[in-house]
Design a protein around this ligand. Structure first.
Ligand code: MG
Length: 455
């Protein structure tokens, strides 16, 4: 069965369109009925202008259905995930549209183990939603709302899984670009707690995201890069709107794609432990394979989406997961991607290796990457996909974990129908820029031919 509202990571849409009062009320009632109208839900939101309004609607519907609410305020998604397990709540709900523009909003639903609810549970919620179930409680059974500041506990939990003493000794300096959202509330506190001097930019909350937009693409992080090189900071870090992702820059002002920093984490973590299982989606750079071969690490590939990485980590008892978008999953803290955890771990690596971040990045093998999208109506996607499958070059190795990954002796092409937009995404990686461009041409031709055939 296909999901109607849940996408790769929660429900997202434009405020006033999909995300409207009626929809939110019905979805809240569906959530309440999934808990049989009892239990506790922790609630948090990012800094979007529409978030308080949405929070009131969700809260009103849940307490009127007998669900107790613990309101954590404006906090990162990973903090809500931590809160669910820390407070032994039954569910968590985060009001956020992550990296989408300011007019968007949405909800992420967190299970009692701190991980986003499974696709099976998402489908069940959608089923309840369609049935329009409402079980309002009697007037004297309306549940309570309490507020809680869990930031200090969250900060201490992160500090407890890194080497505080080593980090303190190095007297590091870091630039934190909060993107005008929740990352600016927590990451500076974590780093300061570790004795790091913090230079904050875009750390004032503003739901219009005027600083640099809310998506931390390396191309948008010029200010962070300038401040890092000018101030000779040891590293710089930028978050997305709900601070579950982290993009890093070095002391020279270079900013890396997520899989470069993930490879640095991979190299350090698996250089130190015996359990060598690394979980990553099929879209990750071959650089993670190079590190795995060097250190005898087993890579467990997953479809694209943090929920797959988290759940695979639990099943395989893996210590580390990582995504090309800068999502780091560090099991000693929690098996979900966590931007503030990534900041503390990077400080740990720089302190322990006594190396500059630019040096750590430079010694990784170099690859060239390109991403493109091609328009395709949702109803054509399945046909287009099977046409492409039947027309891939014979000599190429094919991986179908998510979409179609064509693996060549050097480099690969990944073709995926987007789960949230009427487009196909094409990711390409190879050893040289020339070959990357050629492979991208091949990928575009394959998709275009298929789309034209059915249009
Ligand atoms: Mg996010």
């Amino acid at each position: 069965m296909k999901r109607k509202y849940f996408g790769t990571n929660g429900i997202r849409g434009e405020f006033g369109k999909l995300i409207n009062p009626k929809f939110l009320s019905r979805m809240s009632l569906a959530i309440a009925s999934s808990l049989n109208n009892k239990g506790t839900i922790v609630l948090g939101s990012d800094s979007r202008l529409s978030s308080p309004f949405i929070k009131h609607i969700i809260t009103a519907n849940l307490i009127a259905s007998g669900i107790e609410i613990i309101d954590l305020g404006i906090v990162p998604t990973p903090l809500v995930q931590f809160a669910v397990t820390h407070l032994k709540a039954h569910l968590g709900t985060v009001i956020t549209a992550s990296h989408n523009p300011p007019e968007f909003n949405g909800i992420k639903v967190i299970d009692s183990d701190g991980i986003e609810i499974s696709i099976k549970k998402q489908l069940k919620l959608e089923e309840n939603f369609e049935k329009n179930i409402s079980n309002f409680t009697k007037w004297d059974k309306v549940a309570d709302v309490s507020t809680m500041n869990l930031i200090p506990d969250y900060v201490e939990q992160i500090v407890s899984v890194v080497d505080e003493e080593k980090i303190r000794k190095r007297k590091l300096t870091a630039v934190v670009d909060g993107g005008n959202s929740v990352g600016g509330l927590v990451t500076p506190l974590v780093l300061k707690r570790l004795g790091i001097k913090v230079i904050s930019i875009n750390c004032q909350l503003d739901g219009r995201f005027p600083g640099r937009g809310v998506e931390p693409s390396p191309e948008e992080l010029g200010k962070m890069s300038n401040v890092a090189s000018y101030s000779k900071a040891d590293f710089a870090i930028a978050h997305d709107g709900d601070a579950d992702r982290a993009i890093f820059g070095d002391e020279k002002g270079s900013v890396f794609y997520g899989d470069r920093s993930i490879a640095i984490f991979e190299k350090w973590v698996f250089g130190n432990i015996q359990n060598k299982k690394f979980v990553t989606p099929v879209s990750s750079s071959n650089v993670v394979i190079d590190i795995a071969e060097e250190l005898g690490v087993e890579i467990i590939w997953t479809p694209v989406g943090c929920i797959y990485v988290s759940r695979t980590m639990i099943e395989s008892k893996s210590m580390l997961g990582g995504e090309e978008n800068g999502g780091l999953f560090y099991a000693p803290h929690q098996c979900v991607r966590d931007g503030a955890m990534a900041a503390a771990l990077m400080a740990n690596i720089i302190a322990e290796t006594n190396r500059k971040l630019s040096e750590l990045e430079k010694e990784l093998p170099k690859y060239h990457q390109k991403k493109e999208k091609i328009k395709c109506s949702d109803f054509l996607k399945e046909k287009v996909m099977s046409y492409i499958e039947n027309n891939v070059p014979k000599e190429v190795e094919v991986n179908t974990i998510d979409g179609l990954k064509l693996i060549y002796p050097a480099g690969w092409i990944l073709i995926r129908p987007s789960g949230t937009e009427p487009i196909f995404r094409i990711f390409v990686e190879s050893n040289t820029e020339k070959d990357t461009n050629e492979k991208m041409k091949k990928g575009i031709t394959l998709v275009n031919n298929a789309v034209e055939k059915y249009s």
